[in-house]
Design a protein around this ligand. Sequence first.
Ligand code: DOR
Length: 429
Amino acid sequence: MITLIKGGEVVNPRLGTVEKKDLLIENGMVSRLLSKGESGEASEVSKTIDAAGKVIVPGLVDIHTHLREPGHEYKETIASGAMAAVAGGYSAIACMPNTSPPNDCRSVTEFIIEQSKRAGRARVYPIATISKGQKGESLVDFCELAAAGAVGVSDDGFPVVNSELMRRALEYARYCGLAVISHCEDPNLSKGGVMHEGEISTRIGLPGVSGASEDIFVYREISLARLTGCPVHIAHVSTGVSVELIRRAKEEGLPVTAETAPHYFTLDHGLLAEYDTRYKVNPPLRTPKDVSQIRKGLAEGVIDVIATDHAPHDSLEKEVEFDKAAFGMIGLQTALSLTLDLVREGFMTLPDAISKLSSNGAAILGVPGGELKEGENADVAIIDMESEYCFKEKDILSKSRNSPFLGRMMKGRCDLTMVGGKIVYQRNV
Ligand code: DOR
């Protein structure tokens, strides 16, 4: 079967180009990219997709998704998360290990891979824990987990407090070919905090988490990267100070990469004044100054990746007193539109935005994807840059509804997603 995607503009994030090209797909792979004037063997094409006026990008790759299976399937299953992912333009997602039980052994990693194959939507790459049970005491068997299919390790949801253990984790992970993703939070400083520590938390009387709680651990990870020469990836950067620390680490040539999430470049702590738990997330939404420093960090390439930190929670955990509510917000279906706002506002070019949503994350994890070229998997998203819509509850394909962006006007969204040449999502246009 040969599929032709015709008439669109193809974004190549690695080359920074946007060019009118047709895409021929054969046996699940990109077989040819046809420039203007070239034609495919028309008679052999069995399906033609009209992408006129649309943008064709490599399927997005999310380096930071929380699926809740095994253990909390009422919030999200691997199948429901993978469905939300493809609707958001993602052909691949990496899932964090804070499930129940956590992904700290071969059987859980294999189970995730099996379930994702059964779902048949986005590719799902398991991230295993760094420490057994995410307790921060002893390392899991990285090489065994890598052999089972894990692509990285992280205790996300919790920091690795013991610096010696983190040092060994960096060294061991490099040996086994795994990425290390660090959740930076000093638990002694953040203990009891439910929002950013500042003017608003003081006014509304909620315990705060200072920016220093993040910055101190970002500094530690940079020091460990310098000491060991091993790569480290910083998850969900939320403070301007972290951006500056990462900038200097990169200038020094250290193997440090970083991600932020759309809520950290879109929302600030002022929104918590009404005690709306949809804005409760860890790390917390920071000050408008932090938001502008995160945007600058993205624009200047200090922050490599825009990840979703998709964190589904049921209304049982969200529609409760603020201090009792769970931390987290869903994001797989809104990240693309919110990132395209940055393009329209001139913070980055379209290929830059797509590289932060696909190729940069794929490179950090060492997984395929992020480029449409001959011989690569046909993981493709077709984007309608002009489509304007109000994000509504009925649009949500995740099992959970905890989005702070409900009711917001958005522009630019995914029309169609393909994984290995198969259409796994098509919006009713
Ligand atoms: O807000 C958050 N939610 N931050 C985390 O680090 C974990 C995540 C979750 O698993 O719900």
